[in-house]
Design a protein around this ligand. Sequence first.
Ligand code: C2E
Ligand code: CA
Ligand code: CA
Ligand code: CA
Length: 278
Amino acid sequence: AKARGRNGYQLYAPSMDGDGAERLRMEGLLRRAIERGEIRLHYQPQVEIETGRLIGVEALVRWHSAELGHVPPARFIPLAEDIGFICQLGAWVLEQACRQVVCWEKAGLYVPKVAVNLSGRQFDRGSVAPLVACALAGTGLAPQRLQLEVTESVIMNTGDALQYINDLHALGVELAIDDFGTGYSSLAYLKQLPVQTLKIDRSFIKDIPADKDDEAIAVAIVQLGKSMDLAVIAEGVETAEQAAFLLRHGCRRAQGYLYGRPVEPAELLETWRQDDAG
Ligand code: C2E
Ligand code: CA
Ligand code: CA
Ligand code: CA
């Protein structure tokens, strides 16, 4: 039953009884996971390809449940969204990520930026800007060092998305479009948004250089970014060959296993502090 896909709308279907019970159990555990200290953030480096310099990190949430073991975000984020827990979780993530950057700095590692993922549900109540303002005020992090990642689908599916994004922009934080190329954002709409960065989705990177269509798409996104004066970062870069290809086509930033997996704050500090001091 565990292998079956999650689907909130099938909760009451008779054939789904097993999953329903399991889901209910997971829901109960998830609601208490923060207070039980089971939720943590890992951080993945983002680098300038040419120099290998650290330009930022992306915060990625982890849940290690005492009862269920490690639960991947692809499983519990959608659940958190369905049960309305994402706002609490999202607020915790925001605050924690901002605090971490300040903390690293005190320990001798300057991380220029931290990227935090926002889910659609955090958006549709219009309460996201006050939340971000609160995290910044509470930690003293400069707003331009916080980058919020939102997917195209979230932007296109949320009424008033433009309003919420403008509210965030007014705080001075940066905005990135995540998984770019996989949604259906209209380019005209993109032009209206105060967005600074496009993140090329991993699906277009992973088969470079074997898949020439993917290469063409990646290059097209880089060129689009250039013509709209947006920074472009490729995600899921795993090989030196992919990095070289991207650099050759004008993409200067990357994130992926080639540069580092998402790791605990202490490990990020150890890995990057020396380089930084050098
Ligand atoms: P995402 O935002 O697209 O994050 C990138 C995912 O790709 C991460 O998976 C990361 O570990 C993985 N990744 C990075 N580099 C490589 C690579 O070179 N190769 C491969 N194969 N994978 C790579 P992860 O941590 O499992 O997160 C999955 C998704 O869960 C994220 O996708 C994001 O949509 C969501 N997520 C994670 N943390 C949060 C959060 O704090 N809030 C919200 N709303 N969503 C989150
Ligand atoms: Ca992301
Ligand atoms: Ca992504
Ligand atoms: Ca393909």
